[in-house]
Every structure is written in C-alpha cells, then in structure tokens.
Ligand binder design. Sequence first.
Ligand code: FAD
Ligand code: FES
Ligand code: MG
Length: 277
Amino acid sequence: MYTILKKRNLAPEINAFIVNAPLIAERAQAGHFVMLRLTEQGERIPLTIADWDRQAGTIMLVCQTFGKTSGILNSLEAGDEILDLLGPLGTPIEVKKYGTVVLLGGGVGIPAILSKAKELKAAGNNVISIIGARCKELLILKEEMEEASHKLYLTTDDGSSGHKGFVTDVLAELMAEDRPDLVISVGPVPMMKATVSLTKARVVPCIVSLNPIMVDGTGMCGSCRVTVDGQTKFACVDGPSFFGEAVDFDELSSRQNFYRQEEALAREGEHKCQCGR
Ligand code: FAD
Ligand code: FES
Ligand code: MG
C-alpha cells in the first residue's frame, strides 16, 4: 500500500498527489512512469513520475480525470492508500549537455516535461520551455516549470493566458531565430506530430513521449505496441520516449481508440469484467 501524503488541486479535474514510495523515489529518472492499480478488480493505468524527493522518499503524480480509473484516483484524499504502484518503469531520457533544449508540454504532458527540464538544467543546458493548454485554468505547474527553465513561454488555445494559439507556434518563432540542439515534446498526438514536422524541416532531433494503452507496463502483453523506424517497439520498456521522426503517429492514434466502447461503459458503470473473477 502506498499512502497519499498530500493532494493539491491544480485545475478542474487535475490533481497532484505526493505519494510515499521510497524505493521508487530512490531510482526515479526523467522519463520514468509508474503503473498503478486502485482496487483488486481494477485495471492498471500508467502515470508519469512528474517529480520526486529522494530524501523524503516521495514521488509526485499528476492525474487528469479522463474516465473511470483516473476519476477514482482524483476522488482520493491525503491519507488514502493506492493499492499497487509499480515502478519506476520505462527507459529514461539521456540526460547530458546538449546545448539549448526546447521542451514543449501540452495539457497533462506538462508533468512529463517537468523532471526532464529540471534534470537537463542541472546538466548545464540552456532550457527553454513552452507549455500550453486549452485555457488559463488548465495551464498547470507554471511556477514549477518557471523554476526548472531559463525561459518559459505560455500558450492557450483561447488566448486567456500567454500566446493565443499552440505551443508549436512559439517553437516555430524560436526556430526562425535560432536552431536548438534538441527538442522534447510531450502532449496529445497531433501536438507531437506537429512538433516533429517543424523539427524535421530544420534537422533538429526531437524526442516525443508516446501514450499508447498500457496493460502490464513490463513488456509482456503487447498492448503498447508502436511502430518506430518500421520496427515494432513496446512503449512501456523501449520508451515511452522515442525520436519523433521515426514514429508512426497514425497507427498510434488508431490504436489509442481500440477500447472506446468499453471505456464509455466503464464510465457509466455498465462494463462487466469478463476475466472470470
Ligand atoms: P478510460 O475511460 O479508460 O480511457 C480514456 C482514454 O485514456 C483512452 O481512450 C485512452 O486514450 C487512455 N487510456 C485508457 N486506459 C489507458 C491505459 N491503460 N494506458 C494508457 N492510456 C490509457 N495521464 C495523466 O493524467 N497524467 C500523467 O502523468 C499521465 N502519464 C502517462 C504516461 C504514460 C507513459 C502513458 C502511456 C499515459 C499517461 N497518462 C497520464 C494517461 C493516463 O494513463 C490515462 O488518462 C488513463 O489511463 C485513463 O484511464 P481511465 O480509466 O480514467 O480512462
Ligand atoms: Fe504490456 Fe507494454 S503495456 S507490453
Ligand atoms: Mg479505464
């Protein structure tokens, strides 16, 4: 059991949880995630390790309510327990001195760039971050991102905060002036795809973090299969970070929608588990 020590509301239906998990905190690196399960019959879902405190033995998870499991997690409070927490999982990004690194985070992609920005800044890079959301209320972790970056740009679709438009608009402006050494983009598939088309044109390496459906998170079930450079990869062990130019984003989008019907039934409380329990 993993105790929730603190819950902080970041935006409507988005919360940050500080969870007591000393063994995970000890080994966490930028790009890692956990698989969590809340009840014996419940499914497992992946969440990025947004931050950690090795001394306190805690990790920070950020959760946006999308459906049943994320909704249950967001209903928990400080003092409640998480039944299973498996991690750190995945392959972390390579943290070294690249030069100038531009990080783009969209929506709940922002927690996934926070630790990357921190670690890359500590490794001596010039860190420029661009975070975006639909509106001001959903633009989360601004102070944390400001501290983790040398320069932070904000964007909103409706113009309620920062630049009106997309994170990629700001990237295009920055790249018109100077060529970064590395771009990292985490967010919805269309955002990562748009980032890659910009970086490809300027021959800038771009790392994206893929979010296919994950079931076990340990490379055994094949659910998170993605195609990278024409080869099958498992995002949970080979990723979730990959060089974006090589990713088949169209396949990823279609595989993400495989279980829409079952997910809708689960939200309405009508999905009956077929696994025999
Ligand atoms: P459902 O109604 O079951 O599904 C809604 C949508 O969520 C689905 O259509 C699908 O696109 C996605 N989804 C559902 N189940 C899974 C699953 N098992 N694996 C992956 N995607 C799924 N969300 C956050 O809010 N914060 C994070 O830090 C975060 N980090 C992630 C890191 C990784 C590596 C991945 C792959 C996903 C991450 N997500 C994160 C997304 C999160 O896992 C899903 O929102 C969550 O699983 C939804 O479950 P649900 O039962 O609430 O929704
Ligand atoms: Fe099962 Fe990746 S989630 S192989
Ligand atoms: Mg679900």
